[in-house]
Design a protein around this ligand. Structure first.
Ligand SMILES: [Zn+2]
Length: 243
C-alpha cells in the first residue's frame, strides 16, 4: 500500500515537472566512457607503457581553489589539464593565463556546464565554439580537447565534436571530489588504481571547502616515488601505443 502510494506520488511529480525526462530529444544519452571509443575520438585512458598520468581538473577557474592547486602542481613539477567553463574563464581571465603560462593545458567544458542530458548537439556546439573563442582570446591557443559535462554523450554529440576536430576526453579514475567523499578513501583509491596512461578526474570548482589540494599534496609525492610523471592530456595522447 505504502509502496503504491510512493509510486503514485513519484509518477505525479515526474509527469508534472519532467524531472524523470533525462533527454529532451529522442536520442539516447550514454555514458561516454563506456559507450564510445577511439574510433569516435573518445578517450578514457591512453594505452602506453610509459609511467605517465594525466591529472585533469573540471569546472574552473575558481578565484581561490585553482590558484591553490596550481601552487601544488608547481611544487611537484606536475603538468595537468584544466577543462574550463567558458563563463568562469570570462570572469577570471588572469587565472586562465596563469594556467597556460605555467605549461598546463586548457580544454573546453562548454560555456555554462551544459550537459548532454538536458540539451541537443546544436546547442552544445554553440557553447563549445563560444568557449573556444574565449580561451583563444585569453591564451592565443585553440584547444582541441573537449570534456562533456557529467560524462554523458549522445551519438550525434560525439560526431559533432569529432567534426569540430575535438577529441573527447573522459576518465578512468573518478575521484568524485565534488561530492565531498571521504578524502582518505579517495587517496587510497588513487594509490591503488593509478597506472600507466590513467586519466584522473578532479574538480577545481567545488561548493564549500575542497579536500582536493590536500589529496594532491599526498598523492603527488607518492606517485612520483613510484616513478610516475604528470603530463598534459595532449602529451599523453602522443605516447599512445597499440599494445
Ligand atoms: Zn563539470
Amino acid at each position: 500500500m505504502l509502496t503504491r502510494l510512493i509510486c503514485t506520488v513519484l509518477s505525479f511529480i515526474g509527469i508534472s515537472t519532467g524531472i524523470f525526462q533525462i533527454n529532451q530529444s529522442s536520442e539516447d544519452v550514454l555514458r561516454c566512457w563506456l559507450s564510445f571509443g577511439r574510433n569516435d575520438g573518445v578517450y578514457a585512458e591512453v594505452k602506453t607503457s610509459e609511467k605517465v598520468i594525466a591529472l585533469t581538473f573540471d569546472d574552473g577557474p575558481h578565484p581561490k581553489l585553482t590558484n591553490r592547486i596550481l601552487d601544488i602542481l608547481d611544487k611537484y613539477d606536475a603538468k595537468a589539464t584544466f577543462f574550463v567553463i567558458g563563463k568562469n574563464a570570462e570572469l577570471y581571465p588572469q587565472i586562465i593565463k596563469r594556467i597556460a603560462d605555467s605549461g598546463h593545458e586548457i580544454g573546453n567544458h562548454t560555456y555554462s556546464h551544459l550537459a548532454e542530458t538536458n540539451s541537443n548537439s546544436e546547442k552544445l556546439k554553440t557553447e563549445i565554439l563560444k568557449t573556444e573563442d574565449i580561451i583563444f582570446k585569453i591564451t592565443g591557443t585553440k584547444t582541441s580537447l573537449f570534456r562533456p559535462p557529467t560524462g554523458y554523450c549522445s551519438k550525434s554529440a560525439v560526431q559533432m565534436t569529432k567534426d569540430l576536430s575535438y577529441k573527447t576526453i573522459v576518465w578512468n579514475i573518478d575521484t568524485k571530489d565534488w561530492a565531498h567523499r571521504n578524502k582518505t578513501e579517495i587517496i587510497k583509491e588513487i594509490k591503488n588504481r593509478a597506472d600507466n596512461g590513467s586519466i584522473i578526474l578532479f574538480h577545481d570548482f567545488i561548493a564549500y571547502n575542497s579536500d582536493t589540494p590536500e589529496i594532491l599534496s599526498q598523492i603527488l609525492p607518492f606517485l612520483k616515488s613510484k616513478g610516475y610523471s604528470f603530463i598534459t592530456v595532449s602529451e599523453m595522447l602522443s605516447l599512445e601505443e597499440i599494445l
